[in-house]
Design a protein around this ligand. Structure first.
Ligand code: ADP
Length: 625
């Protein structure tokens, strides 16, 4: 007897077993469905014990049904305690309510959509795994984020050019909001002209290669033009049917403007450089330019090659400067870092007119007068240095011949003068003896002039000696104060116009050449008197400064203006002003004085205020107190 037949039968008492059978059969079907469900299903009693688990639960748990049934859920899965699963399941159990929630199961790192329903005596729980879906969602979100944060405009249109998507960058570049353009025709919004190719090539490439890339000039909402680098592709479905187009457009207006600006600047620099080059090549001096801080030599002008008689020798660093062969006056070769260029680059030193003996390219030697200076940027950093030099070999030779001539001439003049002086003295003595006053007076005048001539010739000889380094000295121990007082008194005797006032003291002694130091003092005192014709006094102040004795000679003359002060110690230098007009001199007194003081290890300084007078300070190293 089959079940259907039994059902159609009217006998209820007879039908009960068959009904049970039927229910059993249906239960079996039902169980089979549960078993083959893709969701995991479990039934728990109020004590959290497993009453039923389907096959999928076995898979999810990685445990056999026999290992689960009758066991406590929380003991089996302690990792679920205190997670969202714990909270939700307890809530459903306690309140006997149905709940649905999606959460990541901590241990397996998988997502489940969990449905919990109360059942008499427990809970029915189904788990639907959503990990893959979650992953897809994440990817989508990620992609959305990319288009969102892209700086390129990303525009998607359908095959009829109707805009479907418009990212924030597109809003920024074109000035239209997404909701203002979505649904509109892209060809109406993105108007402009092709910069590379044409509309035809665009359509052709899209049709044949599904892609086009090029530059277009497009209009912003505000009417301004934007230069756009566009990359457009067709989008097709898997059957090859065109769905629409995607354009990734980049605004290169600013980049191109900067590129053009740079190009223009570069051209300008090139023109300026060409001008500079032309000017440098026309200059009579040799010029070399180097870059800081490397010291790389950038260029040398044409004159440089002519003066040094070799081509520009490139060097990437200061170390390479030894390719240029220079020598100090004492014959020592210039080390790389000693070259004026290296000093200007490294320390910012301004070198002025340094004389360097140079071994030229053709093997001859010449004297170069070299000056150099650093070039600084707006922040004051040294960016380069320039060296300028001239060949003064010829000039030096002429100077040397002139010095030699002066030396020789003064020497030659001195001999007859000495005899002239002796003869005049003899004549004067005879005239006195014979009491011939009318001869005596003119003879005294002649003697005076002879003395003056002798002084001049001696000074010229001194200059020649200084030039050749042959200024001899005879040192002795000197007490400075008595020496100066004595000097001042002697000078006063021959100076009727000014009072010589000595004040202060040094209480020091020094080793020095009495005659030479006398020469210095007489020179400075003579100048003080000579250049202050309106004044009536000259002051000498004695003092000390550390181990040095200071002798200051102060006059009340016209002073020396700033531009002359730094030159007055130079050989043959004279200041010609209206006040000095008519005051004679050779411009060698201070040159000699300065050299004598230097020979004693000291120095002379000048402080001068125009119209108020000058103070010459001699500082001399002393030995004892
Ligand atoms: P000079 O023979 O011309 O006096 P010096 O070498 O002694 O030569 O001096 C050089 C120049 O310095 C002078 O020509 C003069 O212009 C200036 N000078 C020197 N001393 C003084 C001074 N005390 N006051 C003003 N000018 C001075």
């Amino acid at each position: 007897m089959d079940d259907t037949h039994a059902l159609s039968n009217g006998d209820a008492s007879q039908n009960i077993p068959s009904l049970r059978e039927m229910l059993k059969v249906q239960g079996t079907h039902f169980m089979a469905i549960l078993e083959h469900m893709s969701d995991g299903l479990s039934v728990l009693d109020r004590e959290w014990r497993y009453l039923y688990v389907n096959h999928r639960i076995e898979e999810m748990a990685g445990k056999k049904r026999s290992e689960l049934l009758g066991k406590n859920h929380w003991e089996l899965y302690p990792e679920a305690v205190d997670t969202i699963f714990d909270h939700k399941l307890h809530q459903a159990m306690e309140q006997q309510i149905s709940l649905v929630f999606e959460a990541l199961y901590p241990h397996s790192n998988r997502w489940y959509l969990t449905r919990v329903s109360p059942a008499p005596g427990g809970l029915v729980i189904s788990y639907q795994e959503t990990t893959a879906q979650k992953q897809r969602e994440k990817e989508l979100l990620f992609q959305a984020q990319i288009t969102y944060s892209m700086s390129d405009a990303l525009i998607v249109s359908d095959m009829h050019y109707i805009i479907r998507s418009w990212n924030p960058a597109a809003e920024h570049i074109y000035g239209w909001k997404a909701d203002e353009v979505i649904g509109k025709n892209a060809l109406e919004i993105l108007t402009g002209s092709f910069q590379t190719g044409s509309r035809e090539t665009f359509l052709h490439e899209m049709a044949t290669r599904d892609h086009w890339e090029g530059e277009v000039l497009q209009q912003h909402r505000d009417g301004s033009q934007r230069l756009i680098l566009a990359s457009v592709s067709t989008v097709k479905d898997h059957n090859g049917v065109v769905l629409g187009m995607v354009a990734a457009n980049r605004d290169i207006t600013e980049i191109r403007r900067i590129d053009l600006e740079n190009l223009r600047l570069l051209e300008e620099i090139q023109i300026e450089w060409a001008h500079l080059r032309a000017v440098l090549d026309q200059m009579p001096s040799g010029v070399i330019i180097a870059e800081a801080p490397t010291g790389q030599l950038l260029m040398g002008n044409r004159q440089m090659e002519q003066l040094l008689r070799h081509p520009f020798l490139a060097s990437a660093s200061i170390e390479g400067y030894t390719k240029y062969q220079g020598f100090h006056p004492d014959g020592r070769p210039y080390q790389a870092e000693e070259w004026p260029m290296a000093r200007s680059l490294r320390t910012g030193e301004v070198v002025s007119a340094e004389e360097i003996v140079y071994q030229r390219g053709d093997g001859t030697r010449g004297v170069m007068q070299v000056s150099s200076a650093p070039v600084r940027d707006e922040q004051g950093e040294i960016v380069s240095a320039v060296v300028i030099f001239a060949d003064i070999t010829e000039q030096k030779a002429v100077e040397q011949r002139k010095d030699e001539f002066i030396g020789m001439a003064s020497h030659e003049l001195r001999t007859p003068l000495t005899s002239l002086k002796a003869q005049t003295q003899l004549l004067r003595r005879t005239a006195r003896k014979k009491n011939l006053p009318e001869v005596q007076a003119p003879l005294a005048k002649i003697e005076g002039q002879i003395n003056r001539l002798e002084r001049l010739i001696t000074e010229l000889l001194d200059v020649a000696k200084i030039q050749t380094g042959r200024l001899e000295s005879h040192n002795e121990l000197l007490s400075i104060d008595p020496f100066v007082h004595e000097m001042a008194e002697n000078f006063q005797e021959i100076t009727p116009t000014h009072r010589i006032i000595v004040s202060g003291s040094t209480n020091r002694q020094m080793t020095g050449d009495r005659q030479r130091l006398e020469q210095v003092l007489i020179n400075l005192l003579s100048n003080a008197v000579k250049y202050s014709p309106q004044a009536d006094r000259v002051e000498i102040q004695l003092s000390t400064e550390g181990a040095d004795a200071l002798i200051q000679i102060h006059d009340h003359g016209d002073g020396i203006s700033h531009e002359h002060v730094r030159h007055i110690f130079e050989r043959f230098y004279r200041v010609t002003t209206s006040q000095n007009d008519g005051i004679s001199g050779l411009g060698i007194g201070l040159y000699i004085a300065d050299n004598i003081v230097k020979q004693h290890g000291g120095m002379i300084r000048v402080a001068s205020i125009s119209e108020e007078g000058s103070t010459f300070t001699i500082s001399l190293p002393t030995t004892t107190q």
